[in-house]
Structures are given as C-alpha cells and as structure tokens.
Design a protein around this ligand. Structure first.
Ligand code: SAH
Ligand code: SF4
Ligand code: F3S
Length: 480
C-alpha cells in the first residue's frame, strides 16, 4: 500500500480538511510516513496573504530535492487560485484539488496511484455544500489522527472536534481573496451537521466548534434544509454529551440579537468569542467594505457583555490597509482597548490578486506597516497579560487534553502558592504518581496542572480547577 504525508497551511478549515483526507487514506489502507519517504505528499494550501502562498511554492522545490520520487497533491486555496498552472513548473504535482475538489481526494489518490502517468485536477465549484462521499463512510471508526498528520493545531484532536457548517463567502471584503478561492457561500444541510456532531459526541468528544468563513450567515444562501444560524445553534446545543460549544468565525455585521441572546440562554456556548474587527477607523472600515462602523462594533460588544458578563473576546486586525493614516491606526488601538480583546491575530495588509484593495491608490510603505504591527502587538500583549492575571484565584473547568512537561519551579519562583501546589501534588504519592496535564478552560486559556494518578483522570475528562498563577501565555492551576 502507498504511503503519504500531509502538510497543512492556513486556517482551521484547512486543518479540518487535511484531517479528513488523512483519515480517508488510512481507511483505504495507506500508511502515513515522513516527508522524505512518502510516495504521495498532500499539501493543503492558503493564499490569504502573499507569504503563505510563497511558502507553498518553495515547499514544492524542497520536496523535489528531498524526495524526488514522490507525487504531490496540491489542495485548497492556492490550488483553486493557480489551478493547472501549478503543473507548468512542477512535474511532480499530479493532483490539483480546489476548495470543493477536496471532497474527491480519496478517489483521486486511488486513481493516480494506479496509473503513474495520470494527472488530475478538480477545480469546479459545486452548487451545493460538497458533502463527503457517504458510501465510503470514512468518518466511522477512524477518529483519532495519527500524530504528526497535521501540525500544532490538531493538538487535543481526540478531545475537541470542528464541524464544518458552511463553505465559501459572499462578502468580498476589499482585501480578501477567500470569496475567489473558496467560492460562494454554501450552507451544509442541518441534518448533516447534526449527524456529524452526534458522531463526535457518541465517541466521547464533548467540545465542538461550528466552523465556517462566516458562520452567522449560515442558511442565508437558502440551500435546502438550512434553518437560520441561531436555530442550528439551539439544535446543536441540545445534543446529549455536549459540554462546550464554540463558533468560528462570525461576522460582526451578521450578528443578530437572537444570537446575542443565545449567549445568555445557552450555558454550553463557551464565553469566548472570536469577533474580527479588522480596523478601528470608520474610513478604513468603509473602504474595506465591512458593513459596520466602530460604533456598531462596540454596541455589539456591549450587548454581548450584557448577555454574558464573563464573555472574553478575541479578534483579527489588519494594519497598513491602503490610505491608512496614523490617526486611522490610533482608532484601531483605541477600539482594541475599549473592546478589551484578550488576544488578536494581526496582519500587515498584503495585496491579493483580483481584490478591490489591490487596485486602490495610496498603498502604505511596508516599514510603516511593520511599525504599526509592532505597536499593535505591544498593546495586545499588555491586554493579554492583564486578562491572564485576572484569572488568578478563579475556579474553572479544564478539559484535559495532553500530558505536558512538568512546570519548572524556576519559572514560577515568584509565586509561592504555585510552587506549593506543585510540591504538594507531587508529594501526595511521590513524584512518579502524579501527572502533569495540559488542557483548556472554557475561555480557551491553556492551563497546566498536576493531578495525582490515583484519581484516574484521562484525556477528554473535565477537571475542576483553581487558577493559582498566570504565566505569559498560559495559566497554572490546582485541582479543586
Ligand atoms: N472569514 C474570516 C476571515 C478569514 S481570513 C472573517 O471574515 O473574519 C483570516 C484573516 O486574514 C482575516 O480576518 C484578515 O484579518 C486577514 N486577511 C485577509 N486578507 C488579508 C490581506 N489581504 N492582507 C492581510 N490580512 C488579510
Ligand atoms: Fe474574507 Fe470578508 Fe469573507 Fe472574511 S467575511 S472570508 S474577510 S471576504
Ligand atoms: Fe487561507 Fe483559504 Fe483559509 S486563503 S485562510 S486557507 S480560506
């Protein structure tokens, strides 16, 4: 049987798609192996900025040198964007799978494995949500991914799951390539979403994330069997065994009062929300075509805080959008403080082909962009650290995910309680009888703690924890 290796760039959608492809190939009897030895290499790509796109092209060169016999499949957004042009300079690329084409990956791999001369591309957008072939029933029986299949972001893959509810985007924000690479919005039928959620829950996963480019526009494309987003939310929230529910990514403009209210009524909805602001200046928001002002955004934040006083917000921000002045940028800093984001993904504006912004005048000098990015990250670090410190003393639930390296006394010397906690946990039954665990609290903070083995905790369990200290990017807790 052939061997394969997966490389994944880009957003959670890509991580999820790669995980599905890996499960499917393993089900077909293929073996996972390293990049230097695999017969087939699957690269799932991102073109949201210029850098990740370049990474893909240089990775194709690295593969040609380190594993010249391998056949390569390029999937995802760069594949959709470049299509069969990828074949021109890359003799080893034999499969090009666009955003909707990924659903054909298993059969396409089988075909090119059988016929070494064959090259295939699947680039057409489908009209409906590209459901994965149900006859093949790949989903069943293969839940846990072999390690290393998709990097970092799948840590905790056997305790949390992401369920795609839609594909594509209709917004055409001026800077964004996604509507071109992922196509128009297509909602997945609710019956299919609920069936996948049930599958995960039956297998003991209790933490689900509903995933899409613009989740709260779900159903607006009016494909059959798609209720309003908020109805879907309530349906999922009712499922047995569900302990935490997240949504990624909602659009501030599409955030209706009923969804805000869901944060009040559904305790299972995690009190952590990623809400992309992009920019704080109204002039820039308007040029971006985001469909809200900074005032609208702050009103939404206030409504969410009234509905759920403990809600913590994170965001996406772009600096250096064409025409952005220092005053515009100051508005971004101001709104960041007002909204009190606990974390943000921030980017320097990058020109993308076909987008409206790429045709705009008054591009910002990259040095100015970098300076703004640094200042923005400085503020974000302050806000993030302040947030973590505010958690100290709180009692919370932690979903245990993986055994972790023991926290070192030297790193936490300044906190006597934390040192005492670790010492006492270790002395309970001697050092080897306690395990150091890593997990997440309901706000998505990483929490480390030591638990005596006799308590029989395992990955996927939820432990009651008191936070004893805040580190730069994570928390240290003690079992309650
Ligand atoms: N659908 C999501 C975002 C998808 S892209 C949303 O609307 O929020 C992820 C992030 O990449 C965006 O939120 C934006 O901050 C950033 N981004 C997209 N296009 C970009 C560009 N041309 N230059 C810099 N950052 C960009
Ligand atoms: Fe891109 Fe805007 Fe769609 Fe998000 S909402 S994917 S930023 S076009
Ligand atoms: Fe990138 Fe495509 Fe996701 S451009 S961010 S992989 S939708």
């Amino acid at each position: 049987m052939p061997s394969f290796h997966c490389i994944t760039y880009g957003c959670q959608m890509n991580v999820n798609d790669s995980a599905w492809v890996a499960r499917a190939l393993i089900k077909m009897g293929w073996k996972e192996s390293g990049m230097e030895t695999a017969d087939f290499i699957f690269i799932n790509t991102c073109s949201v900025r210029e850098k990740p796109q370049h990474k893909v092209l240089s990775m194709l060169g690295i593969i040609r040198e380190t594993n010249p016999k391998a056949s390569v499949a390029v999937a995802g957004c760069v594949a959709q964007q470049m299509g069969e042009k990828l074949w021109e300079k890359n003799a080893h690329v034999r499969l090009v799978l666009g955003s909707d084409g990924i659903a054909h990956a298993p059969e396409a791999f089988e075909k090119i494995a059988k016929n070494p001369k064959l090259r295939l591309s699947y680039l057409k957008f489908t009209k409906e949500f590209p459901n994965r072939n149900p006859e093949l029933d790949f989903f069943k029986n293969i839940l846990v991914l072999p390690t290393g299949t998709v990097e970092e972001s799948t840590k905790g893959n056997d305790t949390r799951a992401f369920v795609n509810i839609m594909q594509g985007c209709n917004n055409f924000c001026a800077y964004c390539i996604v509507p071109y690479t992922r196509g128009r919005q297509k909602s997945r039928p609710a019956s299919s979403v609920l069936a996948e959620c049930r599958e995960w829950l039956e297998r003991g996963i209790c933490d689900l994330t509903l995933l899409g480019q613009n989740v709260n526009a779900y159903g607006k494309d009016n494909a059959g069997d798609t209720p309003h987003f908020v109805e879907l939310l309530y349906e999922v929230a009712k499922l047995d065994g569900l302990k935490r529910l997240h949504i990624v990514t909602p659009h501030p403009r599409d955030f209706c009062d009923a969804t805000v209210n869901a944060y009040k009524e559904l305790p299972v909805l995690a009190p952590r929300l990623h809400l992309p602001l992009q920019a704080g200046s109204n002039a820039i928001l308007e040029k971006m075509g985001r469909g809200y002002t900074n005032h609208d955004f702050m009103r939404l934040v206030d409504k969410l805080r009234s509905a759920r006083p403990d809600i913590a917000l994170s965001t996406d921000l772009i600096v250096g959008f064409p025409t952005e002045t220092e005053e515009d940028f100051q508005e971004t800093l101001r709104i960041m403080k007002e909204a009190d984001f606990i974390a943000s993904f921030s980017f320097i504006y990058s020109d993308r082909p076909n987008t409206r912004a790429s045709k705009m005048q008054d591009k910002i000098n990259p040095k100015v962009g970098l300076d703004r990015l640094n200042r923005l990250m400085e503020l974000q670090n302050e806000l993030g650290e302040k947030w973590l410190k505010s958690r100290v003393g709180m009692e919370t639930d932690v979903l245990l995910e993986a055994k972790s390296a023991k926290p070192k006394y030297s790193e936490i010397k300044d906190n006597d309680i934390a040192v005492e906690t670790i010492k006492s946990a270790e002395s309970l039954n001697g050092d080897s009888d306690a395990t150091s665990w890593q997990g997440h609290d309901t706000w998505g903070n990483t929490v480390n703690l030591i638990i005596p083995n006799r308590l029989n905790y395992k990955a996927g369990d939820i432990a009651p924890v008191k936070i004893v200290t805040a580190k730069k990017h994570s928390l240290l807790g003690e079992l309650k």
